[in-house]
Ligand binder design. Structure first.
Ligand code: FAD
Length: 354
């Protein structure tokens, strides 16, 4: 037999992994629902614990794990290639299993400037078939030469099939510069979707903390829209961090949620603006969460946004008592092709990619 077998403890399932294939890639091929986000080895969403066997990392290094964590048997399944049969402890995300992965064309029906550097894209499936997905998932825009860029879907599924994206302009960015300079209504984007496991977990009555950085608001907005359809019996509190108040691009929508739902509350946190307005606190958003909730043991916490926020939050929140299996996140990391180029450059220069 070529390849290896991986036993997923928790779901008691087996995955056949081809030679040179990562565990996550094989698991997705076989409709297993392992958690993942950046697919680059940097965010740690796909972290599991290796009970038996040996893995190698021939593609990207497992940057999300410290040397101590690697030593203790932690593995990153989006990069880990088995060197023999494995036993891995990891919990699957049952909710996303069975939703078909599609490639489809989306037509731009509307473009709205939400902030100086954020455009809202409103897209409809060209074939009229609404995409099946869960609130919080993302899509990949398929570019030339096999490159792809991930964008969170910013709305819960709608009967008319409209999909909303919040695209932040990245200086020198291969795709987002095009969105700001060349994309127009009527244009078509080829996408693959749905992707990701950043979806609300059912069956918990613990209060939810939602933490967004910048356009990390997009999947959080989708999740809140989903919750509005089945109002939760638990409290939901959103912390939205940005540099300036003008970056909080849909705050009027958040104000409506606050007004309409007693279960929902909101705190804005600005990193680059001094403020004595309690509605817009100053500082870093994860520090504001910790200042308000020094003990996170009784919460479920969902966060999305730039890698620096995710990296800071996933350490600080766990240090404050949040169990790791109640911390869910999407890290808006570099696309794999960009990261690979950066890693090659790092290899030449002997520097870290941060
Ligand atoms: C799960 C997920 C969800 C996401 N959701 C969103 C979202 O909702 N909204 C959003 O705005 N973004 C989101 N992102 C980020 C998004 O996927 C893109 O990474 C981002 O938009 C930049 O894409 P780009 O093509 O414009 O820039 P890229 O071409 O990826 O370039 C990014 C930066 O790297 C630099 N760069 C490129 N190549 C190199 C190189 N070889 N060496 C050094 N530097 C280089 C560029 O100059 C630029 O500054 C998400 C990411 C993930 C993983």
């Amino acid at each position: 037999m070529s390849g290896h077998r991986v036993h997923l403890i928790g779901s008691d399932a087996w995955v056949d992994v081809a030679v040179g294939e990562t565990v996550l890639h094989a698991a997705r091929r076989q409709d297993r629902a392992l958690p993942y986000s950046c697919l680059s080895g940097r965010c740690g969403s796909c972290r599991g614990h290796l009970i038996a066997g040996v893995v190698s990392y021939p593609y990207n290094p497992p940057d999300a794990l410290s040397p101590d964590e690697l030593e203790a048997g932690e593995v990153l399944l989006c990069q880990a290639v088995p060197q023999g049969d494995l036993e891995v402890a990891i919990r699957e995300v049952d909710a996303v299993r069975g939703i078909p992965l599609r490639q489809l064309d989306l037509i731009v029906t509307q473009m709205t400037q939400l902030a100086d550097d954020v455009i809202g894209l409103y897209l409809r499936p060209a074939d009229g078939q609404p995409l099946a997905y869960l609130a919080g998932q993302y899509l990949d825009v398929l570019l030339t030469s096999g490159r792809r860029r991930a964008f969170s879907i910013a709305n819960a599924p709608r009967v008319d099939g409209i999909i909303e994206l919040h695209v932040r302009r990245v200086a020198g960015g291969g795709f987002t510069e095009q969105v700001f300079s060349a994309l127009g209504v009527g244009d078509c984007l080829r996408v693959e979707a749905p992707l990701g496991t950043f979806v609300p977990r059912a069956g918990s009555d613990r209060p939810m903390l939602l933490v967004a950085g910048g356009t990390g608001f997009a999947p959080i907005k989708a999740i809140i829209e989903h919750l509005q359809k089945q109002p939760p019996s638990r409290k939901v509190r959103l912390y939205w961090g940005a540099r300036l108040a003008t970056d909080l691009y849909l705050e009027h929508t958040v104000a409506e949620w606050t007004r309409d739902h007693e279960w929902f509350s909101y705190q804005a946190v600005l990193s680059d603006a001094a403020s004595d307005d309690p509605a817009h606190r100053s500082g870093l958003v994860h520090e504001a969460v910790l200042a308000d909730h020094p003990d996170l043991a009784s919460f479920d916490l969902y966060m999305s946004g730039p890698p620096a926020l995710i990296d800071a939050g996933r350490h600080a929140f766990v240090d404050a008592g949040l169990p790791t299996d109640r911390l869910y996140y999407d890290s808006f990391d570099f696309a794999p092709d960009v990261l690979a180029a950066m890693i090659r450059a790092r290899g030449r220069q002997g520097q870290r990619v941060d």
